[in-house]
Every structure is written in C-alpha cells, then in structure tokens.
Design a protein around this ligand. Structure first.
Ligand code: SAM
Length: 228
C-alpha cells in the first residue's frame, strides 16, 4: 500500500489528478445542507475537491489541512477562479485555529480516517478531540458533513475492517445520520487507470483494472451528517 503521508507532502498534483476522475460532490452536499451564503470550513481540505466547488457560493470558506503542499494546490485553483472569500491554513483536526461558533457548515472529506482508524493508537481519543473541536467551531443550526471510503473496487459498500468501529461510533456515539453513494472513477484510458490506482491504492486494485481492462473503477463512499 502506498505511503499516503508521502503523497500528501510530495505528490499533491498527482493526487488531484486521481480525484478529478470522480463525480462533483456539491449536489450531494446541497441535498443535506443548502450552502449558499454560508461560512464554511473544509477540514482536511487537501487539494480542494470540496473547497473549490463550495467556494463560489459561500460567504467565506477556510481550507485547513496538515499538508501545506496540498493546500497550495487548493489556493492556486481558488486564485485562478478569481475568488477572494477564502483562506487556507495548515492545521491538525484536533486543534482547529478557529473561533468558537464561527462556521455554519463544516465538511471533512476522506480525512478524519487518518486519526480514527483502529490501527492508530488512541483512535478513540483522537475522534473525541476532533468531534469536540468541530462542535466548538460550529454555530447553532450548523451542520457537519463527513465523507469516508466504503471501499474502492467494489460496487456495494465494503469498508476496510480498520474503519468499521470509527463508522459505527459516528452513528452510535455521536448521533450522525448516514447513507452511502457511488464515487466511481472514470479514467481516460486503461493505462491511466493503472497508473493512478497504483499510485494511491496499490497492486490489489491495479490487478482488478488489468484483469478486467477497466476504465471505470467502482468506489463507494459513506456520508455522515449531523445538524446541530
Ligand atoms: C485523502 S486526502 C482528502 C483530501 C480532500 N478532503 C479530498 O476530498 O480530496 C486526506 C487529507 O487529509 C489530510 N490529513 C490527514 N491527517 C490530518 C490531520 N490529522 N489533520 C489535518 N489534516 C489531515 C492530509 O494531509 C490529506 O490532505
């Protein structure tokens, strides 16, 4: 399995190319929370998959991430779009550099998992700290929306074992609602599918791509949301 920390620090553009092959998630977010005119925070924003589609409609948007290299890609895209309602800042999910009750919507895409999978020491404590920080920053009537993987290379949800306890805690302990969607990759060619899946997911998915000559690689994502 490739080293994701290394990717986030040194191969941000390649990561962005990979996720640019997935659907725009703005309509899914809009179904849960109408985001026009809101103050929004994207935690673990990465290269801006969520930030860049929310920013044109937001009152303000703050993109936070542990990796400055990822945020530089986000900032370049927002600048190119001619927007001025945004800031980016390096931060850890457990200590958000934000004021109490300053956001109407917090989104977190494929990121809290890095602190809350059961193969991370103190994952429960990490999750508790992340939840406390998000709730501190959220205004009354605010909403938190979390996306996480439910499996790549599968047409129905099949999450990795080390994420199942985190997912069930979101519902049972923290009161989130849940659904799942397909976030399939539509690559330009089998060669590109091979290259980009090897880069991020490793050989198991590559074998599936090559055996089935795939341009479309199925993926499932879980969505959890909490209205305060
Ligand atoms: C899979 S990427 C997701 C990026 C983006 N949200 C998206 O949907 O494409 C995971 C991101 O989480 C960030 N990250 C991982 N652990 C973090 C932490 N403890 N605090 C802040 N960001 C973190 C990584 O730097 C990386 O940019």
């Amino acid at each position: 399995m490739p080293n994701h920390t290394n990717i986030y620090n040194h191969e941000a553009e390649q990561y962005h190319l990979l996720i640019s092959k997935q659907p725009n998630l703005a309509p899914i977010i809009e179904e849960i929370k109408a985001f026009n005119g809101l103050d929004i925070v994207d935690v673990g924003a990465g290269t801006g998959r969520l930030t860049t589609v929310l920013a044109p409609h937001a009152k303000s948007i703050i993109a936070l991430d542990a990796s400055d290299a990822m945020l530089q890609v986000t900032a370049a895209k927002l600048e190119k779009a001619g927007l001025a309602n945004w800031t980016t800042k390096v931060a850890d999910h457990r200590k958000l550099p934000l004021e109490d009750q300053s956001a109407d919507l917090i989104v977190a895409g494929w990121t809290i998992c890095y602190l809350a999978s059961t193969n991370v020491q103190n994952w429960r404590q990490n999750l508790q700290e992340v939840m406390a920080e998000m709730k501190r920053v959220l205004r009354p009537n605010g909403t938190i929306i979390i996306f996480e993987t439910m499996g790549t290379g599968t047409e129905t949800p099949d999450p990795p074992a080390f994420l199942k306890e985190y997912y069930s805690s979101l519902v049972r302990q923290y009161g989130f609602s849940h659904k799942w969607i397909r976030t399939d990759y539509e690559f330009d060619s089998v060669h590109q599918a091979e290259e980009l899946t090897r880069f991020f997911f490793g050989e198991e998915i590559v074998n599936q791509v090559l055996e089935q000559n795939r341009i479309c690689v199925p993926e499932c994502a879980g969505i959890w949301w909490l209205h305060r």
